[in-house]
Design a protein around this ligand. Sequence first.
Ligand code: ADQ
Length: 460
Amino acid sequence: MSRLIAVSNRVAAPTAGKSAGGLAVGVLAALRERGGIWFGWSGKTTARDPGDPKIKRAGEIEFATIRINKDDFERYYNGFSNDTLWPLLHYMLGFFRYSRAEYEAYRRVNELFARKLAPLLQTGDLIWVHDFHLFLLGAALRRMKVAQPIGFFLHVPFPSFDVLRTLPGYEGLLSALASYDVVGFQTGSDLAAFHDCLRQAEIGGEVHGGGRVTAFGRTFIAGAFPIGIDVDECQSVAVGNFDSDDIQRLAYSLRARKLIVGVDRLDYSKGLELRFRGFEALLERYPAAHGNVVYLQIAPPTRTGVRTYTEIREELERAAGNINGRFAEIDWVPIRYLNRGYPREQLMSILRLADVGVVTPIRDGMNLVAKEFVASQNPDDPGMPVISTMAGAAKELDAAVLVNPYDRQGVADGLQSAIAMPVEERRERYRTMIDVLRRNDIHEWCRRFVESLQDSASGR
Ligand code: ADQ
């Protein structure tokens, strides 16, 4: 069986006693099955030459990590990846910034990854590159005459042509994607947007049947591969930790109140302030919620040091203070806003305890929390997710309560209908959703992608 070489900005080496989240679960499972390498940044920068990758072996898997040049890192990561590509890909051009120097650093880091990875490769390997930090890696590997199949999966949305062309040199990004053998997106809409970009007169690409497309002189596969979760792992973690002191303390503190839970990285794409305002509208429109509903939002800071992120954090603190100030009573505070991370075990049990999971990003490639919320529920008395139509997850989980995150009253009504939903209806919707999650779990996602990559090799 061919080895799998997974490449991502960060490498999620399993740590004793910690369960891996999201994509790490799937990639680790695929690597365990076939053996291979997970290659990426070590988390450290250097002022000198980064040297050879540091390799640690755990069973069939080698974790190979490199340092990145200190000056390049800032421009590659906080600059081009997070201030240019992230807002562009999430249709949030108000946050978009562009600098040629940052693009150059991004290109250099992608080339560094190629230079350090190439010597580790063997004939027959399958290479799977993850996410927008590494758009240019496939092209850089091809220039080094790497002939093995290379796939790319985009975890975030792919924008429509009119948004994409905001990026100076967007053609280069599309042509870099054409260096891969398989390009995967989260949803059919992302794939359709990619097809549309290729068909533009200035690109001159073509879309054929069977997932094949031609552009920049190459024919390759472009498909939708919605990422899933490990349903059993999620369930057992949620149940296993449910009786812990922390969860029981939380349950006790609620008395018989309904619990709405949100769990997100603190990012503007997650629409947290709008969500707080939607909850405020719930309190305005439904007086019965006063004293009877608690909204717990967990959002640890990310990208600290970046101004926009400090600003969102302050805005959220203001909004929470404002809403609590307006509605709190002597024995009830409506919003509990926790600005820190929690271990996965605790998170999954908190989701299980909740009556409503609120997942209302402004844009999201998929959103695994929506799926984890469903998987962690008690099938006999399941909580109900309220999901934004702008999250990839809404496509598969259409049995949830769906809302437009910009519609403050719509969010309030959605929350209310989830809170008040009879148990039979919740069970029925839960069964529909859990079936979808089981059919397309994280293992299936990996299997489908790797199979496409393998097929692309035999089709060449
Ligand atoms: P993210 O934007 O990071 O991922 P998401 O999919 O919601 O978003 O979360 C990833 C993982 O992080 C989940 O397993 C979740 O449990 C965990 N997580 C989130 N908030 C947390 C918190 N406050 N504390 C601890 N853990 C937390 C990107 C894309 C998504 C896509 C994923 C996977 O932006 O759209 O679903 O990749 O492809």
